[in-house]
Write a protein that binds this ligand. Structure first.
Ligand code: GLU
Length: 512
């Protein structure tokens, strides 16, 4: 029987989750679901100096907003917990001890000054990789150079020390990456990485490997920035006698112009978010905007992110989360960096917004209206959303683009008036207002049109000659949503009132 697929998203709670991290989570989710496996959330908080209050909750809220909810992990339970590394210290200590006992790691007592002196010495001697490694470790203060007795004494005396990995000299480490194929690294370029820090906590490398093994992770899907760590991890698996998972390093997310890594600075400069949700740092005024608060819909976001680094093999662009699950595969992840084309993101939002029910869209509009102290019925809000949904990208535009539904125009588009506000238009509109006032019965977009047609026929006027004048008298603008739908929403009394108001206010501006 095939092993169950188990993948994990393993962020560090050091601030708001970057959108690149969200994409990593999404790809892990898609892969897990595609293979009926498990998607796990592990919190990697071994670096206590970088811990930020609220970041863990932010991670979960972001994932839940997008509908990529873990099956297991910190905050979700499961049989492989705890899923937070700060609660697993003893486990790491045990494996560090095992590595030392087997001669695969060692204690090191060097002070920061001694390490610095070593680096200076090597730099002066023009050594290519001036680092703590197979060449230098014999000149340093560690359990390889000190006697067992000295080591024991130092530890008992509480002298600060770390545990380092004993990286072999001049050996090739090779592993197969699902995206990059074979990766080959010579150990000459690696240093004896610290596995346990002087505070007794593990570093990322040790904790990551121990947890992936104990949590039975089958595939490690993570950002390309972790590729340089992978050889260390492969070596650790070998040293511990464990089978390594399949690695899959995802391409970087690049700025929209393709020039360098996507950054918060670039987002701020050009006015687009790089975080899923708004974020307020607990100890500073710094605020970052989120896609959610900017009006991006979760389904649009998922679709957009999925195609930033993965291609479905054809030109298809629209995918629901379920469809992505059906189609996702690691072999169609692209190798090169993916441009974060924010305009494409907006395009996706527009597509999804158009397909959202009026009932759902009305929720956004009603909330905005409520904050402005404007009353509106559910029915009217739904009609407004229906009228405007082809013309907006974000839900917060409904209350802005639809402001004329709640307030008669204060000004009229001058260009339209100059060209279209003719005596013929004024006479026709006046007759239309009268006909509307006289109409008794159920008003609707169709009725508005029918009554207009009757007036036009009676006066022998062609519709094209008065349409813009009618529109401008109603909304102040020369273009917009379907006019008859607008009239229906406003109702016949308000429509007639606005026409009469415009005729009065624009009396001096009738085109000769
Ligand atoms: N804790 C690492 C991060 O913050 C995880 C890297 C990995 O997935 O191995 O991204």
């Amino acid at each position: 029987m095939e092993k169950e697929v188990r993948v994990r998203f393993a962020p560090s709670p050091t601030g708001p989750l970057h959108i690149g991290g969200v994409r990593t989570a999404l790809y892990n989710y898609l892969f897990a679901k595609r293979h009926n496996g498990k998607f796990i959330l592990r919190i990697e908080d071994t670096d206590q100096t970088r811990f930020v209050e609220g970041a863990e909750e932010y991670i979960r809220e972001s994932m839940e907003w997008l509908g990529i909810v873990p099956d297991e992990g910190q905050g979700y339970g499961g049989e492989f917990g705890p899923y937070k590394q700060s609660e697993r210290t003893e486990i790491y200590q045990k494996y560090a001890k095992q590595l030392i006992d087997e001669g695969k790691a060692y204690y090191a007592f060097d002070t920061p000054e001694e390490l610095e002196a070593m680096r200076e010495r090597l730099t002066e001697a023009r050594v290519l990789h001036p680092q703590y490694n197979a060449l230098t470790r014999n000149t340093m203060k560690n359990s390889l150079t000190l006697s067992d007795e000295e080591v024991k004494q130092k530890i008992e005396a509480g002298e600060p020390h770390v545990v380092r990995l004993k990286v072999p000299r001049k050996e090739d480490i090779r592993f197969k990456d699902a995206v990059r194929d074979w990766v080959l690294v010579n150990t000459d370029t690696l240093d004896d990485k610290v596995l346990m820090k002087s505070d007794g906590l593990p570093t990322y490398h040790l904790a990551n490997i121990v947890d992936d093994h104990l949590m039975e992770i089958t595939h490690v899907i993570r950002g390309e920035e972790w590729l340089p760590s992978a050889p260390i991890h492969v070596l650790l698996y070998e040293y511990l006698g464990w089978e390594a998972p399949t690695f899959c390093h995802l391409p970087l997310l690049l700025k929209p112009n393709g020039n360098g890594k996507l950054s918060k600075r670039d987002g701020d400069k050009h006015g687009y978010p790089v975080f899923p949700l708004d974020w307020q740092a607990p100890d500073s005024k710094e605020k970052s905007m989120g896609f959610r608060e900017q009006g991006y819909l979760p389904d649009a976001m998922v679709n957009f992110l999925a195609l930033l680094g993965w291609n479905p093999g054809d030109n298809r662009e629209m995918f629901t989360l379920e469809e992505l699950v059906e189609n996702f595969s690691l072999d169609r992840i692209i190798k090169g960096g993916a441009k974060f084309d924010i305009q494409k993101g907006q395009w996706f939002n527009q597509q999804y917004l158009k397909n959202t029910t009026n009932q759902e869209l009305a929720v956004f509009l009603l909330k905005d209206l409520n904050s402005k102290g404007i009353e509106c019925s559910q029915e009217k809000a739904e009609k407004i959303c229906n009228a405007l949904k082809e013309r907006v990208t974000f839900p917060n535009e409904f209350s802005v683009k639809g402001d004329f539904f709640f307030e008669a125009p204060q000004a009229y588009d001058e260009k339209v008036i100059r060209k279209k506000w003719t005596q013929e238009a004024v006479d026709t509109l006046r007759a239309y207002a009268e006909a509307l006032a006289a109409f008794e019965g159920e008003f609707s977009a169709e009725k508005a049109k029918e009554i207009l047609n009757e007036v036009l026929e009676k006066l022998g006027v062609k519709i094209g000659r008065i349409m813009q004048a009618l529109r401008v008298s109603i909304s102040g603008s020369g273009s917009g949503a379907d006019l008859m739908e607008i009239l229906d929403i406003l109702g016949k009394e308000e429509t007639a009132r606005r026409i009469n108001d415009a005729i009065e206010k624009l009396a001096g501006q009738v085109k000769a």
